[in-house]
Structure formats: C-alpha cells, structure tokens
Design a protein around this ligand. Sequence first.
Ligand SMILES: Cc1cc2nc3c(=O)[nH]c(=O)nc-3n(C[C@H](O)[C@H](O)[C@H](O)COP(=O)(O)O)c2cc1C
Length: 426
Amino acid sequence: MGTLTNKRILLGVTGGIAAYKSADAVRRLREAGAEVRVIMTAGATEFITALTLQAVSGHPVYQHMFDTGAEAGDVQGRTSAAGGRMPRAAMEHIDLARWADIVLVAPASANFLARLAQGRADDLLTTVCLATEVPVAVAPAMNQQMWSNAATQSNLAMLKKNGISIFGPAEGSQACGEVGPGRMLEPADLVKLVSDLFTTGELDGLTMIVTAGPTWETIDPVRGLTNRSSGKMGYAVAEAAVEAGARVILISGPTSLPDPARVQTIRVESAQEMYDAVHAHVRATNIFIGVAAVADYRPAQKAGNKIKKTDETMTLELTRNPDILASVAALKPAPFTVGFAAETEDLEQQARQKLKNKNLDLVAANRVGPGLGFGTDESSLLLVEHETVTELPIQPKTKLARALIHHIAARYRAKKFATVHVLRRP
Ligand SMILES: Cc1cc2nc3c(=O)[nH]c(=O)nc-3n(C[C@H](O)[C@H](O)[C@H](O)COP(=O)(O)O)c2cc1C
C-alpha cells in the first residue's frame, strides 16, 4: 500500500518534449496506489501516443471534448473498470472534474499555462480544470527562455493567485541544448509532491483510534454471528486521519481489506476482543472514532464442537456485549469521542438519542438498506452534535472520510480551546 492509496488522479499531458516522462509518472503514481486517468491535449499527441498512456494507465485516454461517439462508446467499459461513479456520455468534462481527487498537469507547456491563467476552456483539459473543485497542480516544462519570459512569469503569478500549485521546474541541461530553469521535475518528485498535497496537517501531533468492520461472535467452530459491514468507511477514515497528520491505530474486525499504509492496524474478531484492544490503547488517545459495526449480543455459550442438526427448531441464548463507545466516552478524561450510527429509519432522531445516551461529542449517521451504506463505495453522512446538524452529501467514501476528518479536527480544536479557556478562568 502506498502513499496515494485510493486516490483518483487525473493527469493532463500537454505538448512538450517532457511528455515522454508522463508514461513513467503514470506508472509511479499507480505504484503509489493511485488510480490514474489521462487527458491529452492535441499538442501532446505530437510527442507521445495515446496508446502508450492507455497501456500504462490501464484506461482509455481522453482527448476530445466533442467526440460524442467515442464518449458514448467507451463509457460502459470505464464504469465497470472504475467500480465507482464515472463519466456519462457527452458530459465527460464535468464527470471527470468530479471524479478526480486532484488534477496534475505534467508536463505543462507555456501555452497551456497561458490558457489556464486566462480561464480559457478551449479543449477538454482546460475545461476540466475550470470545472473542477479539487486541487489543480501543474509541472511546467519548457525552454529556459520561454520560462523566463515576462508573459510566462505573469501567467504563473496569476495561477498562484488562483490557488494552482506549481511543481518545479528544475534547472539543468535541456533538450534544446541550453542550460537553465525549465526542466520538468522527475516523476518520483511529482509523486512526492502530489502525496504532500493530500497532507493537511490538521491533526499533527494527535493520536487517534479508529474501529472498523464487523465483529464475529462465535457460535461453534464453523459458525458465527456477524453483520454486513465491509470496513471500507472505517479504513477510509483511518487513511484520511493519517493524511491529516494523526498517528492512527486502526482496530479492525474481520474484513478482506489490506492494512492501510502508515496506520498501526490491530486485527480482532469479537466485540470483546475489540473492547480489550481499544482499552489497551485508548488512554493515550486524543480522538476516538467508532466506525465498527459491533455486535450488541454474542452467544452465551461457545460450542466446542460443531452443533449437530437435531430438533426442528433451536434456540440460541445471547448475552450483551460491552458497549465500546459508551465505555470510551465515560473515561475521565475521555478522548473526543465520535460514534457512527447505521440506521434504516429516523436517522437524525436515532443519532441524537445515541449522542445523548452515550455522552458522545458527535454521531455520524448514515442510512443503510438495499444498495445503501454497507459494502458500497459511496455514502453520505449526517453529523449530529449537541447544537448542530451538518450534512455531508453522497460521495465516494474516501472523499467523505476526508470531509469528516476535516470537521472533526475543527471541533476537536474548538473543544480543546474552550476547555483550556474555562480552566484558566479565575
Ligand atoms: C519539437 C518541439 C518541442 C517543444 N517543446 C516544448 C516544451 O518543452 N515546452 C513548451 O511549453 N512548448 C514546447 N513546444 C511548443 C508547444 O508544443 C506548442 O506551444 C503547443 O501549441 C502546445 O500545445 P498545448 O499546450 O495545447 O499542449 C515544442 C514545440 C516543438 C515543435
């Protein structure tokens, strides 16, 4: 697992000599865990073929804004390959803009920088850059005179002012034989800079526990009670917290997901094991987020051998599991405690009940049911707090997790500041 796991990167390639490095950039971004789609300008196709970038990215390359036949024809293939929300026919500029977590243009020609600075939308790439709300980064590459030209420099100043990240360029010998600034950064440097863009630092220096997945309550050696949680949301929350700078301990029930990068993952099975693992680490924790779908009950007895079929009916006696969330919120001092509530009805009311009963700081509620919540790649959340309710609309769980972490970081800081303030009052 790399530093860009689950990130969706839209790579724009424009017409410069350094376009030959774009293929290596795609490969390295994918090695770092990202899913990469490529848009080429007409100029770029003079330097590198779409076939090469299609081969290394594993997806058809986008080139034309008005090529309705091609858009309609390959949308279905992309939909299944992406496994998520992907372009509808003839609206690629909008759907690609929404699909991406970041747009990286490498190499970015002088001509492209000029068009971007002016806010032009005269090809697919510039249109997507205008239509997206995610970060846009450019890696300029050009002859050193073109780079130093006052027009290029004033375009760059405009781009910086508009919030565009400028990666490089490096100095050195150039393809034209001159020496100076204008070389595109190496693909490995671009991967590092893209990774850094996802790092917010909002939770720097803080420790967080995230629980995720279902629990498994053993009935006998081959059977157990569990639920439909896939762990996707909890894992996405853990990853988003790492990006925000936290040290994260992920305590996970049984899932088929790999351990996230840069996260200390502890695997458990039952609710009791999850409770024990949480309490072994929670004392040094600033924030606790209980995303796991923990079984409320477990079989009163675990059979040592496989239970045989005998009577027409059978009764399984269940006993209550410890309430992990409530036990964490009751600690003195307690970490900032966030619970998840998966409900089929009365979302806000149920969440508010849970908030009060367990004395939590925040409940993130989501609706579950056929096609909603468990196992899906997209979800929405209602963030219920004592004074406020905030809605995070439907979006990929990775983006949703980042929005949630951003919200929690702000609330954590506000609560900490309020506490310090009260303590210092004479
Ligand atoms: C051989 C050759 C190499 C070029 N290399 C660069 C380059 O490295 N950087 C650049 O900004 N323009 C370069 N250009 C000029 C661009 O290809 C030209 O401005 C083109 O219109 C860019 O189109 P685009 O920005 O839409 O991709 C080069 C042109 C040629 C003929």
